[in-house]
Ligand binder design. Structure first.
Ligand SMILES: [Zn+2]
Length: 256
């Protein structure tokens, strides 16, 4: 008998041996990735290869088919070294234990950032909504790999349509504030405004220490933020549009 996927959105199961036991309870986050490889079969093979030691719970193909690779209750190996601030306890660092991972087949930055086909995005939305409902995942914890590992990762990239997901009720979003002239902050700047800026990013959840200096880590976090929330220009510079977008996102958060 063929194994049956847990999500009704999924079409088949291709088991990966790359998983372990979750530490610390049920998943509260949903992390989205691109595969960054030439095609679906290469990606599926790699995610099922014990030598590669990587996996995800689900893989969404370009035509919208969804393959389950790891049982939802198990800890898949998709996030790597990563962190996110979920509350006053400080950064959560075992994101694999706290999350479900979806790999989206796409050539990624190395492949010239090909657009995500409609059928694929519709499948991501349906799967994400199903997982969020069954595991009670809050919209603000639907995140990019680049959000939780800003210095290492850039997936699913600045062509990923987060606004469409949010329009369907998946993820937390605010319209990007228009780009215009005005004061901006960039690497090397220091002082109280930088402290305030870093505190705002940390309040949203980015693991950014408040040092008062616009350092390399700050540039990485601003870049990751732009890939997700202000996609028109991804340059690591905290311009007025970036800061206003962040402020609007914070204002739109449900109080916790
Ligand atoms: Zn990734």
């Amino acid at each position: 008998m063929k194994p049956k996927p847990e999500s009704p959105v999924a079409t088949s199961v291709m088991p990966s041996p790359n998983h372990g036991e979750r530490r610390g309870g049920a998943p509260t986050m949903l992390i989205l990735h691109y595969t960054g490889m030439a095609g679906a079969s290469e990606a599926l093979q790699r995610l099922a290869n014990p030598v590669a030691e990587v996996s995800a719970h689900y893989v969404v193909l370009e035509d919208g088919r969804v393959v389950q690779m790891v049982p939802e209750g198990r800890r898949a190996w998709h996030a790597g070294a990563s962190s996110w601030i979920c509350g006053p306890a400080g950064p959560e660092r075992d994101i694999n234990s706290r999350s479900l991972g979806i790999e989206i087949v796409n050539g990624g930055h190395d492949g010239g950032l090909p657009p995500y086909p409609d059928a694929q995005i519709e499948a991501v939305i349906a799967l994400g909504l199903d997982l969020s409902a069954r595991w009670s995942i809050a919209p603000r914890y639907v995140l990019a790999h680049s959000d939780i590992a800003p210095e290492r990762k850039e997936d699913p990239g600045e062509r990923f349509p987060w606004d469409r997901l949010a329009g369907a009720g998946l993820g937390h979003h605010a319209p990007a504030s228009p780009i215009r002239d005005g004061r901006f902050f960039a690497q090397g700047d220091a002082g109280p405004p930088i402290e305030a800026l870093q505190a705002m990013f940390a309040l949203y959840g980015y693991d950014l220490p408040v040092t008062g200096t616009f350092d390399a880590r700050t540039t990485s976090v601003v870049t990751a933020f732009q890939r997700h929330f202000r996609q028109e220009r991804v340059d690591g510079v905290a311009d007025a549009s970036t800061i206003t977008t962040l402020r609007n996102l914070l204002a739109a958060l449900p109080s916790r």
